[in-house]
Design a protein around this ligand. Structure first.
Ligand code: SAH
Length: 392
C-alpha cells in the first residue's frame, strides 16, 4: 500500500465532528467524494483544505470515512498494521488474567476499523464489518499467524451489519484445521466453544469479567434466566446451593448440559423455557431466589424497537425484583446499543417502583477490558451490567 492519492474534503460541520475525535464520518459531512476512492486510504482535508489525517473510504456506505490516523504522512502498510496488532496483543497480556479466550482486536478502539478478532485458545475467529477491511484480510492473517501461530483462523462474517456495507455473509475456515470443539478455561471453570456455530464469534466474551465478578453474590438459590451455554451458571454454582438455568434454544441447552458435565457440576438444573413466561410462573410458585441474573439478548437492535424493548426490560426486571428474597441480589444486563445508561437506569427505576420493594444500587459495570472503548466513540460502550440489592 502506497501513500494515498485520493483526497476527501470535509464540510465545516464535518470538520467540527472530526475534531471531536469520532472515528466515523458520514456522507453529509463531506464537501466532495470521488467514487473511485472506494476501498482506498484517502487524505482527509479540513474545510480550508488543511490535512487532518488519513481514513479508509467507502462512498457506498452511510459511514463513508473510517479514521485510520491523524498523521497525514505515515505509510499505511504492513508495518503500520503490525505495530497496531502488537499494541493490541500487549494490551491483552496486561488486562486478561484467567481466561484462554479473549478479544484480541476490538475494531475502532484498537485502530482496526470494523474488524474484530477473538481468540479461542488456538483458534482465531475473525469478523470484518467494513468493506475497506476486506482486501486487508490476507495480510491480517499473515500477521496473526506470525504472532500467535494459531491452529486455525476462521471467518465469522455472518453479522448482519455487513449488509449495510454491501458485503456478503459467509462463514469459512480461512487457514489451518478447525477442531469441532475448543475447550476454554475461565477462572476455575471450563467451557466448550464451537467457533463456527456459537453465538457472536463463538461465545459472549464481553461478559467474561462480569461472570467472574458475579461469583461474590452467589449463595442459596440462584436463577440464571438467559443462560446460553451456562456462562454465569458455571461460575456461580460453586458457592450456590442450587441454580436454575433457563434457556429457550434447544442447541444452547445441549451445550449448557455438556459444560455442566465437563465441570462435574451437579447443582445446576437446566430448563428449556421462555424466560418471560417462566419468570411469571416462578413468581406464582412463591419460592424466592437469593441471586437472579438477567442477561437477555439485545431487545432493541434499532431505534424503532425501543418501545418494545423498554417493555421487555421492565417486565423481566420487575418480575426478578419481586422474586428475590430480602437482601437478594439482581445482576441485570443489557447489550442493546440503543439503550443508553440513562435509559436503562430509568427502566430499572420504573421496575423498582412497580415492584413495591426497596431496591438499592450496588455497582455498575460494562464490557470486559479486552473490549476497550474509544472515549470519542461512545456508541461502542454498549454493555450495561448492574448489581442491585433488595433491602434486607
Ligand atoms: N449469559 C450468557 C449469554 C446470554 S445470551 C453468557 O455469559 O454466556 C442470551 C441468551 O438468551 C441466548 O442464549 C438466547 O438463546 C437466550 N434467549 C433469548 N430469548 C430467550 C427467552 N425468551 N427465554 C430464555 N432464553 C432466551
Amino acid at each position: 500500500m502506497s501513500r494515498p492519492g485520493h483526497q476527501v474534503q470535509l464540510t465545516p460541520k464535518g470538520e467540527r465532528w472530526r475534531r471531536a475525535g469520532h472515528p466515523w464520518v458520514y456522507r453529509d459531512d463531506l464537501a466532495s467524494v470521488d467514487p473511485a476512492c472506494a476501498g482506498q486510504v484517502v487524505q482527509v482535508l479540513s474545510a480550508q483544505k488543511q490535512p487532518l489525517g488519513q481514513a479508509f473510504c467507502n462512498p457506498k456506505s452511510k459511514i463513508v470515512l473510517r479514521w485510520l490516523t491523524d498523521d497525514p504522512s505515515v505509510q499505511v502498510d504492513r508495518d503500520f498494521w503490525q505495530r497496531r496488532l502488537k499494541a493490541a496483543f500487549d494490551y491483552r497480556k496486561r488486562v486478561v488474567g484467567d481466561s484462554t479466550a479473549y478479544r484480541l482486536i476490538h475494531a475502532e478502539a484498537d485502530g482496526f476499523p470494523g474488524l474484530v478478532v477473538d481468540k479461542y485458545d488456538s483458534v482465531l475467529s475473525v469478523q470484518s464489518q467494513s468493506l475497506v477491511m476486506e482486501p486487508l484480510l490476507p495480510l491480517i492473517n499473515e500477521l496473526l499467524t506470525e504472532l500467535l501461530k494459531p491452529a486455525a483462523i476462521i471467518y465469522r462474517n455472518d453479522a448482519a451489519a455487513r449488509k449495510l456495507e454491501g458485503l456478503p455473509l459467509e462463514k469459512k475456515v480461512a487457514q489451518g484445521t478447525l477442531p469441532e470443539v475448543v475447550e476454554i478455561k475461565e477462572g476455575t471453570r471450563r467451557y466448550t466453544v464451537r467457533p463456527m456455530e456459537g453465538h457472536k464469534t463463538g461465545a459472549y466474551l464481553d461478559q467474561r469479567e462480569n461472570r467472574i465478578w458475579a461469583r461474590q453474590f452467589a449463595r442459596g438459590r440462584v436463577l440464571d434466566a438467559f443462560a446460553y451455554q451456562g456462562g454465569f451458571s458455571l461460575q456461580v454454582s460453586e458457592s450456590a446451593k442450587e441454580v436454575l438455568a433457563l434457556e429457550d434454544s434447544v442447541q444452547s441447552v445441549e451445550w449448557l448440559k455438556e459444560n455442566l458435565a465437563l465441570n462435574k457440576i451437579k447443582n445446576v438444573q437446566v430448563e428449556r423455557a421462555n424466560a418471560f413466561d417462566r419468570l411469571r410462573e416462578l413468581e406464582k410458585e412463591g419460592k424466592p431466589f437469593d441471586l437472579i441474573i438477567l442477561d437477555p439478548p439485545a431487545f432493541a437492535k434499532s431505534r424503532g424497537e425501543m418501545e418494545g424493548a423498554w417493555r421487555g426490560y421492565r417486565d423481566i426486571n420487575l418480575r426478578a425484583m419481586r422474586l428475590l428474597s430480602p437482601g437478594g441480589t439482581l445482576i441485570t444486563c443489557s447489550c442493546s446499543h440503543q439503550v443508553s445508561d440513562e435509559i436503562f437506569g430509568e427502566i430499572l427505576r420504573e421496575a423498582a417502583a412497580d415492584s413495591k420493594r426497596r431496591v438499592r444500587f450496588v455497582e455498575q459495570r460494562t464490557q470486559s477490558a479486552d473490549h476497550p472503548v474509544l472515549l470519542t466513540h461512545p456508541e461502542s460502550k454498549y454493555l450495561k451490567c448492574i448489581a442491585l440489592e433488595i433491602d434486607p
